[in-house]
Ligand binder design. Sequence first.
Ligand SMILES: Cc1ncc(COP(=O)(O)O)c(C=O)c1O
Ligand SMILES: NCC(=O)CCC(=O)O
Length: 432
Amino acid sequence: MNISESKRLFNEAQNFIPGGVNSPVRAFKAVGGNPLFIKKANGAYLYDEDGNQYIELINSWGPMILGHNHPMIREAVIKAMEEGTSFGAPTAKEVEIAELIVSMVPSVEKVRMVNSGTEATMSAIRVARGYTGRDKFIKMEGHYHGHGDSFLIAAGSGAMTMGDPDSPGVTKGTAKDTLLAPYNNLEAIEKLVEANRGEIAALILEPVPGNMGLCLPNEGYLQGLRDICTREGIVLIFDEVMTGFRLAKGGAQELFGVTPDMTTLGKIIGGGMPVGAYGGKKEIMEFVSPSGPVYQAGTLSGNPIAMAAGLTMLNHLNSHPEVYTRLNEIGQKLTDGIGKVNQELGLDYTINLLGSMYSLFFTNEEIHDFETAKKANTGMFGKYFQAMLHRGVYLAPSQFESLFLSTALTDELIETIVTAHKSSIQEIHKNQ
Ligand SMILES: Cc1ncc(COP(=O)(O)O)c(C=O)c1O
Ligand SMILES: NCC(=O)CCC(=O)O
Protein backbone atom coordinates (compact mmCIF):
# COMPACT_ATOMS: atom_id res chain seq x y z
CA MET A 1 0.00 0.00 0.00
CA ASN A 2 1.49 3.32 -1.02
CA ILE A 3 0.79 5.98 1.61
CA SER A 4 3.71 8.25 0.80
CA GLU A 5 1.61 11.40 0.58
CA SER A 6 -0.02 10.68 3.96
CA LYS A 7 3.48 10.18 5.38
CA ARG A 8 4.71 13.45 3.91
CA LEU A 9 1.68 15.34 5.24
CA PHE A 10 2.00 13.79 8.71
CA ASN A 11 5.67 14.83 8.90
CA GLU A 12 4.74 18.34 7.85
CA ALA A 13 1.72 18.46 10.18
CA GLN A 14 3.81 17.57 13.23
CA ASN A 15 5.78 20.79 12.78
CA PHE A 16 2.69 22.94 13.12
CA ILE A 17 -0.10 20.95 14.83
CA PRO A 18 0.32 19.19 18.21
CA GLY A 19 0.87 15.53 17.36
CA GLY A 20 0.03 16.36 13.74
CA VAL A 21 -3.74 16.04 14.29
CA ASN A 22 -6.61 18.25 15.37
CA SER A 23 -8.14 15.56 17.58
CA PRO A 24 -6.04 12.90 19.37
CA VAL A 25 -8.21 9.93 18.31
CA ARG A 26 -7.13 10.53 14.69
CA ALA A 27 -3.50 9.72 15.40
CA PHE A 28 -2.62 6.05 15.14
CA LYS A 29 -0.77 6.18 18.46
CA ALA A 30 -2.36 3.06 19.91
CA VAL A 31 -2.10 0.98 16.74
CA GLY A 32 1.16 2.22 15.25
CA GLY A 33 1.79 3.46 11.75
CA ASN A 34 1.00 6.67 9.97
CA PRO A 35 -2.46 8.24 10.12
CA LEU A 36 -4.09 8.47 6.73
CA PHE A 37 -4.82 11.91 5.36
CA ILE A 38 -8.23 11.83 3.77
CA LYS A 39 -9.01 13.65 0.57
CA LYS A 40 -12.64 12.75 0.04
CA ALA A 41 -15.39 10.35 0.98
CA ASN A 42 -18.42 8.96 -0.77
CA GLY A 43 -21.05 6.46 0.36
CA ALA A 44 -19.29 3.63 2.19
CA TYR A 45 -15.80 4.70 1.10
CA LEU A 46 -12.96 6.94 2.21
CA TYR A 47 -10.17 7.96 -0.19
CA ASP A 48 -6.76 9.03 1.07
CA GLU A 49 -4.33 11.53 -0.45
CA ASP A 50 -2.53 8.66 -2.23
CA GLY A 51 -5.73 7.55 -3.93
CA ASN A 52 -6.29 4.41 -1.81
CA GLN A 53 -9.89 3.43 -1.20
CA TYR A 54 -11.18 2.09 2.14
CA ILE A 55 -14.51 0.71 3.30
CA GLU A 56 -15.29 2.85 6.27
CA LEU A 57 -16.62 1.77 9.68
CA ILE A 58 -16.10 5.00 11.64
CA ASN A 59 -18.26 7.37 9.63
CA SER A 60 -16.76 10.52 11.09
CA TRP A 61 -17.17 8.96 14.57
CA GLY A 62 -20.90 8.60 14.07
CA PRO A 63 -22.54 11.40 12.11
CA MET A 64 -22.58 9.84 8.61
CA ILE A 65 -25.44 7.44 9.28
CA LEU A 66 -26.51 7.51 5.61
CA GLY A 67 -22.94 7.23 4.34
CA HIS A 68 -20.66 10.00 3.13
CA ASN A 69 -21.53 12.88 0.85
CA HIS A 70 -25.20 11.94 0.67
CA PRO A 71 -26.76 13.92 -2.22
CA MET A 72 -29.68 15.06 -0.07
CA ILE A 73 -27.41 16.59 2.60
CA ARG A 74 -25.00 18.02 0.02
CA GLU A 75 -27.80 19.79 -1.84
CA ALA A 76 -29.26 21.23 1.39
CA VAL A 77 -25.84 22.62 2.33
CA ILE A 78 -25.22 24.14 -1.10
CA LYS A 79 -28.67 25.76 -1.10
CA ALA A 80 -28.11 27.23 2.36
CA MET A 81 -24.65 28.50 1.37
CA GLU A 82 -26.19 30.56 -1.37
CA GLU A 83 -28.04 32.59 1.25
CA GLY A 84 -25.04 33.37 3.48
CA THR A 85 -22.95 31.43 5.96
CA SER A 86 -23.77 33.04 9.33
CA PHE A 87 -26.04 35.80 10.61
CA GLY A 88 -25.69 35.81 14.40
CA ALA A 89 -29.45 36.28 14.54
CA PRO A 90 -32.38 33.86 14.76
CA THR A 91 -33.54 31.95 11.68
CA ALA A 92 -36.63 29.98 10.65
CA LYS A 93 -34.57 26.78 10.37
CA GLU A 94 -33.67 26.92 14.07
CA VAL A 95 -37.34 26.90 14.98
CA GLU A 96 -37.99 24.03 12.62
CA ILE A 97 -35.14 21.85 13.91
CA ALA A 98 -36.05 22.57 17.55
CA GLU A 99 -39.64 21.46 16.92
CA LEU A 100 -38.40 18.36 15.17
CA ILE A 101 -35.99 17.39 17.96
CA VAL A 102 -38.72 17.91 20.56
CA SER A 103 -41.02 15.64 18.55
CA MET A 104 -38.36 12.92 18.15
CA VAL A 105 -36.55 12.74 21.51
CA PRO A 106 -38.86 11.74 24.43
CA SER A 107 -37.14 13.78 27.19
CA VAL A 108 -36.72 16.99 25.21
CA GLU A 109 -39.38 19.68 25.68
CA LYS A 110 -37.03 22.58 24.92
CA VAL A 111 -33.65 22.51 23.23
CA ARG A 112 -30.64 24.80 22.78
CA MET A 113 -28.27 24.36 19.80
CA VAL A 114 -24.50 24.54 20.36
CA ASN A 115 -21.47 23.71 18.20
CA SER A 116 -20.18 20.40 19.56
CA GLY A 117 -20.93 17.55 21.93
CA THR A 118 -18.41 19.05 24.35
CA GLU A 119 -20.37 22.28 24.56
CA ALA A 120 -23.60 20.34 25.01
CA THR A 121 -22.39 18.37 28.06
CA MET A 122 -20.59 21.33 29.67
CA SER A 123 -23.73 23.42 29.35
CA ALA A 124 -26.06 20.67 30.57
CA ILE A 125 -24.05 20.24 33.77
CA ARG A 126 -24.04 24.00 34.38
CA VAL A 127 -27.81 24.15 33.92
CA ALA A 128 -28.35 21.17 36.23
CA ARG A 129 -26.20 22.90 38.87
CA GLY A 130 -28.08 26.17 38.43
CA TYR A 131 -31.42 24.38 38.64
CA THR A 132 -30.64 22.32 41.75
CA GLY A 133 -28.32 24.77 43.53
CA ARG A 134 -25.92 21.83 44.08
CA ASP A 135 -22.28 21.49 42.93
CA LYS A 136 -21.37 17.81 42.58
CA PHE A 137 -22.23 15.40 39.82
CA ILE A 138 -21.77 11.69 39.15
CA LYS A 139 -19.87 10.50 36.09
CA MET A 140 -19.21 6.90 35.05
CA GLU A 141 -15.66 5.56 34.71
CA GLY A 142 -14.70 5.17 31.06
CA HIS A 143 -17.51 7.32 29.73
CA TYR A 144 -16.53 10.25 27.53
CA HIS A 145 -18.44 13.50 27.45
CA GLY A 146 -16.06 15.66 25.43
CA HIS A 147 -13.14 17.62 26.80
CA GLY A 148 -14.74 19.90 29.39
CA ASP A 149 -12.51 20.03 32.51
CA SER A 150 -14.91 18.32 34.87
CA PHE A 151 -15.32 15.33 32.52
CA LEU A 152 -11.61 14.58 32.00
CA ILE A 153 -11.50 12.27 34.98
CA ALA A 154 -11.53 8.52 34.27
CA ALA A 155 -12.48 9.57 30.75
CA GLY A 156 -12.95 7.13 27.88
CA SER A 157 -12.16 7.44 24.16
CA GLY A 158 -8.83 9.12 23.27
CA ALA A 159 -8.07 9.90 26.93
CA MET A 160 -8.30 6.19 27.79
CA THR A 161 -6.49 5.17 24.59
CA MET A 162 -3.55 7.51 25.22
CA GLY A 163 -3.33 6.36 28.85
CA ASP A 164 -4.38 9.75 30.24
CA PRO A 165 -7.92 9.26 31.54
CA ASP A 166 -7.21 11.97 34.18
CA SER A 167 -5.91 14.95 32.26
CA PRO A 168 -3.33 17.31 33.74
CA GLY A 169 -4.66 20.87 33.70
CA VAL A 170 -7.86 19.96 35.53
CA THR A 171 -7.65 21.62 38.95
CA LYS A 172 -8.21 19.72 42.19
CA GLY A 173 -11.01 22.16 42.90
CA THR A 174 -12.81 21.11 39.73
CA ALA A 175 -12.08 17.40 40.12
CA LYS A 176 -13.48 17.21 43.64
CA ASP A 177 -16.99 17.87 42.37
CA THR A 178 -16.87 14.97 39.88
CA LEU A 179 -17.90 11.78 41.69
CA LEU A 180 -16.93 8.59 39.89
CA ALA A 181 -18.94 5.41 39.66
CA PRO A 182 -18.53 2.14 37.77
CA TYR A 183 -21.09 1.61 34.98
CA ASN A 184 -23.75 -1.08 35.44
CA ASN A 185 -23.54 -1.00 39.23
CA LEU A 186 -26.55 0.47 41.02
CA GLU A 187 -25.16 -0.30 44.47
CA ALA A 188 -22.19 1.99 43.84
CA ILE A 189 -24.59 4.83 42.97
CA GLU A 190 -26.60 4.25 46.13
CA LYS A 191 -23.38 4.49 48.16
CA LEU A 192 -22.31 7.75 46.48
CA VAL A 193 -25.75 9.24 46.98
CA GLU A 194 -25.77 8.24 50.64
CA ALA A 195 -22.34 9.79 51.22
CA ASN A 196 -23.23 13.03 49.40
CA ARG A 197 -26.94 13.38 50.13
CA GLY A 198 -28.41 16.70 48.99
CA GLU A 199 -25.17 17.74 47.27
CA ILE A 200 -25.47 16.01 43.89
CA ALA A 201 -26.85 18.12 41.04
CA ALA A 202 -26.69 15.56 38.25
CA LEU A 203 -25.86 12.07 37.14
CA ILE A 204 -24.55 12.02 33.58
CA LEU A 205 -23.83 8.89 31.56
CA GLU A 206 -23.77 7.44 28.09
CA PRO A 207 -26.83 5.19 28.40
CA VAL A 208 -25.10 2.79 26.01
CA PRO A 209 -21.42 3.68 26.37
CA GLY A 210 -19.33 3.62 23.21
CA ASN A 211 -16.17 5.27 24.46
CA MET A 212 -14.58 2.30 26.25
CA GLY A 213 -15.59 0.15 23.33
CA LEU A 214 -19.30 -0.59 23.18
CA CYS A 215 -20.92 -1.80 26.42
CA LEU A 216 -24.57 -2.56 27.04
CA PRO A 217 -26.66 -1.66 30.10
CA ASN A 218 -27.68 -4.55 32.35
CA GLU A 219 -31.37 -5.32 32.48
CA GLY A 220 -33.09 -2.70 34.66
CA TYR A 221 -29.95 -0.59 35.12
CA LEU A 222 -31.16 2.56 33.37
CA GLN A 223 -34.55 2.37 35.11
CA GLY A 224 -32.70 1.89 38.41
CA LEU A 225 -30.75 5.11 37.81
CA ARG A 226 -34.00 6.87 36.90
CA ASP A 227 -35.59 5.77 40.18
CA ILE A 228 -32.62 6.88 42.32
CA CYS A 229 -32.43 10.29 40.59
CA THR A 230 -36.17 10.88 40.99
CA ARG A 231 -36.01 9.93 44.68
CA GLU A 232 -32.98 12.16 45.36
CA GLY A 233 -33.87 15.19 43.20
CA ILE A 234 -30.83 14.55 40.98
CA VAL A 235 -31.02 15.64 37.33
CA LEU A 236 -30.52 12.52 35.19
CA ILE A 237 -28.66 13.39 31.99
CA PHE A 238 -28.33 10.93 29.12
CA ASP A 239 -25.40 11.83 26.91
CA GLU A 240 -26.75 10.65 23.57
CA VAL A 241 -24.12 12.37 21.41
CA MET A 242 -23.40 8.94 19.88
CA THR A 243 -26.63 7.06 20.42
CA GLY A 244 -29.05 9.89 19.59
CA PHE A 245 -30.85 9.35 16.25
CA ARG A 246 -28.79 6.17 15.81
CA LEU A 247 -30.11 3.44 18.10
CA ALA A 248 -33.63 4.68 17.35
CA LYS A 249 -34.98 7.98 16.12
CA GLY A 250 -35.48 8.93 19.77
CA GLY A 251 -32.13 7.44 20.82
CA ALA A 252 -31.38 4.99 23.66
CA GLN A 253 -34.09 6.59 25.82
CA GLU A 254 -36.70 5.51 23.28
CA LEU A 255 -35.16 2.06 22.86
CA PHE A 256 -34.99 1.32 26.60
CA GLY A 257 -38.13 3.26 27.56
CA VAL A 258 -36.34 5.31 30.23
CA THR A 259 -36.73 9.08 30.08
CA PRO A 260 -33.96 11.25 31.55
CA ASP A 261 -34.47 14.85 32.71
CA MET A 262 -31.95 16.22 30.20
CA THR A 263 -30.29 14.92 27.04
CA THR A 264 -27.14 15.95 25.21
CA LEU A 265 -26.89 15.46 21.46
CA GLY A 266 -24.33 15.91 18.67
CA LYS A 267 -22.93 14.10 15.64
CA ILE A 268 -25.94 12.99 13.49
CA ILE A 269 -27.89 16.09 14.54
CA GLY A 270 -25.61 18.18 12.30
CA GLY A 271 -25.47 15.86 9.30
CA GLY A 272 -21.66 16.15 9.42
CA MET A 273 -21.50 19.87 10.23
CA PRO A 274 -20.19 20.98 13.66
CA VAL A 275 -23.27 20.85 15.90
CA GLY A 276 -24.39 19.79 19.35
CA ALA A 277 -27.52 20.39 21.38
CA TYR A 278 -28.86 19.98 24.87
CA GLY A 279 -32.44 19.84 25.96
CA GLY A 280 -34.82 18.48 28.52
CA LYS A 281 -37.76 19.29 30.72
CA LYS A 282 -39.21 22.75 30.19
CA GLU A 283 -38.89 23.53 33.88
CA ILE A 284 -35.12 22.90 33.73
CA MET A 285 -34.45 24.46 30.33
CA GLU A 286 -36.22 27.65 31.47
CA PHE A 287 -33.12 28.23 33.63
CA VAL A 288 -31.08 28.89 30.47
CA SER A 289 -30.36 32.53 29.59
CA PRO A 290 -32.14 34.68 28.41
CA SER A 291 -35.25 33.06 29.91
CA GLY A 292 -33.31 32.20 33.10
CA PRO A 293 -30.08 33.03 34.93
CA VAL A 294 -27.70 30.27 33.71
CA TYR A 295 -25.52 31.84 31.02
CA GLN A 296 -24.73 29.92 27.85
CA ALA A 297 -24.14 31.44 24.44
CA GLY A 298 -22.48 30.98 21.01
CA THR A 299 -21.61 33.26 18.07
CA LEU A 300 -22.11 30.45 15.58
CA SER A 301 -24.78 28.46 17.45
CA GLY A 302 -27.66 27.49 15.18
CA ASN A 303 -25.46 28.24 12.19
CA PRO A 304 -27.63 28.22 9.03
CA ILE A 305 -25.46 25.76 7.07
CA ALA A 306 -25.31 23.33 9.99
CA MET A 307 -29.05 23.70 10.55
CA ALA A 308 -29.77 22.98 6.88
CA ALA A 309 -27.70 19.79 6.97
CA GLY A 310 -29.14 18.68 10.31
CA LEU A 311 -32.72 19.44 9.40
CA THR A 312 -32.45 17.43 6.20
CA MET A 313 -30.89 14.51 8.06
CA LEU A 314 -33.40 14.50 10.93
CA ASN A 315 -36.42 14.96 8.63
CA HIS A 316 -35.25 11.96 6.64
CA LEU A 317 -34.71 9.78 9.73
CA ASN A 318 -38.04 10.88 11.19
CA SER A 319 -39.98 9.88 8.09
CA HIS A 320 -38.02 6.72 7.13
CA PRO A 321 -38.26 4.15 9.93
CA GLU A 322 -36.87 1.57 7.49
CA VAL A 323 -33.44 3.22 7.95
CA TYR A 324 -33.33 1.76 11.46
CA THR A 325 -34.54 -1.66 10.29
CA ARG A 326 -31.73 -1.71 7.74
CA LEU A 327 -29.08 -0.40 10.17
CA ASN A 328 -29.99 -3.13 12.66
CA GLU A 329 -29.85 -5.73 9.89
CA ILE A 330 -26.41 -4.50 8.80
CA GLY A 331 -25.10 -4.64 12.38
CA GLN A 332 -26.48 -8.14 12.89
CA LYS A 333 -25.21 -9.52 9.55
CA LEU A 334 -21.74 -8.08 9.95
CA THR A 335 -21.23 -9.25 13.53
CA ASP A 336 -22.79 -12.66 12.76
CA GLY A 337 -20.25 -13.01 9.94
CA ILE A 338 -17.33 -11.96 12.15
CA GLY A 339 -18.51 -14.15 15.02
CA LYS A 340 -18.86 -17.19 12.73
CA VAL A 341 -15.30 -16.76 11.41
CA ASN A 342 -13.99 -16.47 14.97
CA GLN A 343 -15.86 -19.60 16.01
CA GLU A 344 -14.49 -21.58 13.06
CA LEU A 345 -11.01 -20.60 14.15
CA GLY A 346 -11.72 -21.54 17.76
CA LEU A 347 -11.56 -17.93 18.92
CA ASP A 348 -14.12 -16.72 21.37
CA TYR A 349 -13.58 -12.97 21.27
CA THR A 350 -16.31 -10.82 22.75
CA ILE A 351 -18.49 -8.89 20.34
CA ASN A 352 -20.78 -6.24 21.79
CA LEU A 353 -23.48 -5.08 19.40
CA LEU A 354 -26.47 -2.80 19.58
CA GLY A 355 -28.15 -1.72 16.36
CA SER A 356 -25.49 -0.14 14.16
CA MET A 357 -22.80 0.15 16.87
CA TYR A 358 -20.39 -2.66 17.72
CA SER A 359 -16.98 -3.48 19.19
CA LEU A 360 -14.88 -6.59 18.77
CA PHE A 361 -12.83 -7.01 21.95
CA PHE A 362 -9.65 -9.06 21.97
CA THR A 363 -10.60 -11.01 25.09
CA ASN A 364 -12.94 -13.89 25.85
CA GLU A 365 -14.28 -12.13 28.92
CA GLU A 366 -17.59 -10.33 29.06
CA ILE A 367 -17.09 -6.56 28.71
CA HIS A 368 -19.55 -4.45 30.64
CA ASP A 369 -17.59 -1.61 32.28
CA PHE A 370 -14.27 0.28 32.41
CA GLU A 371 -12.44 -2.43 34.40
CA THR A 372 -13.47 -5.28 32.13
CA ALA A 373 -12.81 -3.23 28.97
CA LYS A 374 -9.23 -2.70 30.13
CA LYS A 375 -8.70 -6.50 30.02
CA ALA A 376 -8.83 -6.48 26.22
CA ASN A 377 -5.53 -7.17 24.48
CA THR A 378 -4.70 -3.82 22.87
CA GLY A 379 -1.56 -5.21 21.20
CA MET A 380 -3.67 -7.77 19.34
CA PHE A 381 -6.15 -5.09 18.44
CA GLY A 382 -3.34 -2.99 16.93
CA LYS A 383 -2.24 -5.89 14.73
CA TYR A 384 -5.83 -6.54 13.69
CA PHE A 385 -6.33 -2.86 12.87
CA GLN A 386 -3.27 -2.85 10.59
CA ALA A 387 -4.24 -6.12 8.93
CA MET A 388 -7.74 -4.80 8.16
CA LEU A 389 -6.37 -1.50 6.89
CA HIS A 390 -4.09 -3.32 4.48
CA ARG A 391 -7.16 -5.13 3.18
CA GLY A 392 -8.96 -1.82 2.61
CA VAL A 393 -11.12 -1.66 5.76
CA TYR A 394 -10.76 1.44 7.92
CA LEU A 395 -11.58 0.82 11.62
CA ALA A 396 -11.38 3.21 14.57
CA PRO A 397 -7.70 3.16 15.59
CA SER A 398 -8.36 2.09 19.18
CA GLN A 399 -9.77 -0.92 21.02
CA PHE A 400 -11.70 1.53 23.19
CA GLU A 401 -14.06 2.85 20.54
CA SER A 402 -17.30 1.68 19.01
CA LEU A 403 -17.64 1.30 15.28
CA PHE A 404 -20.47 3.10 13.53
CA LEU A 405 -22.24 1.53 10.56
CA SER A 406 -24.06 3.38 7.79
CA THR A 407 -26.83 2.48 5.37
CA ALA A 408 -24.25 2.73 2.57
CA LEU A 409 -23.04 -0.77 3.52
CA THR A 410 -24.54 -3.23 1.04
CA ASP A 411 -24.73 -6.97 1.71
CA GLU A 412 -21.88 -7.38 -0.75
CA LEU A 413 -19.69 -4.95 1.21
CA ILE A 414 -20.56 -6.77 4.45
CA GLU A 415 -19.24 -9.96 2.80
CA THR A 416 -16.08 -8.13 1.75
CA ILE A 417 -15.51 -6.96 5.34
CA VAL A 418 -16.09 -10.46 6.72
CA THR A 419 -13.60 -11.88 4.20
CA ALA A 420 -11.06 -9.23 5.20
CA HIS A 421 -11.74 -10.10 8.85
CA LYS A 422 -11.09 -13.79 8.19
CA SER A 423 -7.72 -13.34 6.55
CA SER A 424 -6.72 -10.60 9.05
CA ILE A 425 -7.52 -12.69 12.08
CA GLN A 426 -5.78 -15.72 10.58
CA GLU A 427 -2.71 -13.62 9.81
CA ILE A 428 -2.38 -12.14 13.29
CA HIS A 429 -2.77 -15.52 14.98
CA LYS A 430 -0.30 -17.21 12.63
CA ASN A 431 2.37 -14.66 13.56
CA GLN A 432 1.84 -14.97 17.29
C1 LIG B 1 -20.89 10.41 24.29
C2 LIG B 1 -20.12 11.61 23.81
N1 LIG B 1 -20.32 12.81 24.39
C3 LIG B 1 -19.67 13.90 24.01
C4 LIG B 1 -18.76 13.85 22.97
C5 LIG B 1 -18.05 15.10 22.59
O1 LIG B 1 -18.47 15.55 21.34
P1 LIG B 1 -17.54 16.48 20.45
O2 LIG B 1 -16.40 15.65 20.00
O3 LIG B 1 -18.45 16.92 19.34
O4 LIG B 1 -17.13 17.63 21.30
C6 LIG B 1 -18.53 12.62 22.34
C7 LIG B 1 -17.61 12.42 21.23
O5 LIG B 1 -16.87 13.04 20.80
C8 LIG B 1 -19.22 11.48 22.77
O6 LIG B 1 -19.02 10.28 22.22
N1 LIG C 1 -15.51 8.10 20.38
C1 LIG C 1 -14.74 9.23 20.39
C2 LIG C 1 -15.27 10.32 19.58
O1 LIG C 1 -16.27 10.19 18.96
C3 LIG C 1 -14.51 11.54 19.59
C4 LIG C 1 -13.97 11.95 18.31
C5 LIG C 1 -12.90 12.95 18.57
O2 LIG C 1 -12.63 13.29 19.73
O3 LIG C 1 -12.29 13.39 17.59
